[in-house]
Design a protein around this ligand. Structure first.
Ligand SMILES: [Zn+2]
Length: 247
């Protein structure tokens, strides 16, 4: 899967080979965790991406709604369960503190998926869990997790990602509506990807919907083939473009 691929919830579950109902899933992959985020109106948690730095601030999760606790939004987000085991908040928090305190060398690697519309998700790539905090939020305390966008290279090498490559959510939502959830070439509704019309590596912007469109896998691929044929002397640039996930 490439960054900015559009997938259904079922594809998301198939890709991670797990039921991700919880939203926060510590250590669910061989070497990574998975979180689901949303900055849509009415989203249950206050997730946010800083447009300047690309840093993700991810809010922890509430206690479950029960008879004894009819309104989880009035209760501190829990670090541990009543039985004393870590909640997902606790697992992510401990990983962040261990990294900050030098108890672990590498930060926890986290795959992030973002909700774009009902049943429609977008893969946002890998982030590193750098820090966490417990902060007051009105009458209660919530967890905040701070994650930095990174790129996972072959052989597992992690490099910093140029943050302005990330397409902001408002652009994605706008493009999704404008293109009607279909490939702009063939109207396919499967294997869709957010494509930069002018690639980011050649100066195209992520920040305006005019330079972003929906393409199916086939047309996304044929676009890069075309570039290969037209400008062979740009091969070095193209190969770096491809290694960036054909942005
Ligand atoms: Zn197409």
């Amino acid at each position: 899967m490439k960054v900015d691929d559009v997938i259904s919830y079922h594809e998301l579950v198939a890709a991670e080979k797990a039921n991700l109902q919880k939203g926060m899933n510590f250590g669910i992959g061989k070497s990574h965790s998975v979180v689901l985020m949303s900055v849509r109106q009415g989203a249950p948690y206050a997730d946010a991406i800083n447009p300047k730095t690309g840093m993700l601030t991810y809010e922890g999760h509430d206690v479950n709604r029960t008879k004894e606790c009819p309104d989880p939004k009035l209760v501190d987000q829990p670090l541990a369960t009543p039985r004393g085991s870590w909640t997902e908040n606790g697992k992510f928090f401990r990983a962040a503190m261990d990294y900050k305190g030098g108890l672990r060398k590498k930060p926890e690697l986290v795959k992030v998926y973002e909700k774009i519309a009902r049943g429609i998700w977008c893969y946002k790539g890998f982030f590193e869990l750098e820090d966490a905090a417990i902060v007051p939020d009105g009458n209660r305390k919530v967890f905040k997790f701070y994650l930095k966008p990174v790129e996972k290279k072959p052989i597992g090498r992690i490099v910093e990602l140029p943050h302005n490559r990330l397409i902001p959510t408002y652009v994605k939502v706008e493009v999704w509506k404008r293109d009607g959830g279909k490939c702009v070439v063939c109207e396919s509704t499967t294997n869709l990807h957010y494509d930069h019309e002018i690639p980011f590596s050649r100066g195209g912007s992520s920040l305006t919907s005019e330079n972003v469109r929906l393409l199916c896998a086939k047309h996304n691929l044929s676009k890069s083939d075309k570039i290969m044929i037209l400008i062979p002397w740009l091969l070095p640039a193209i190969s770096s473009l491809n290694s960036h996930g054909r942005n």
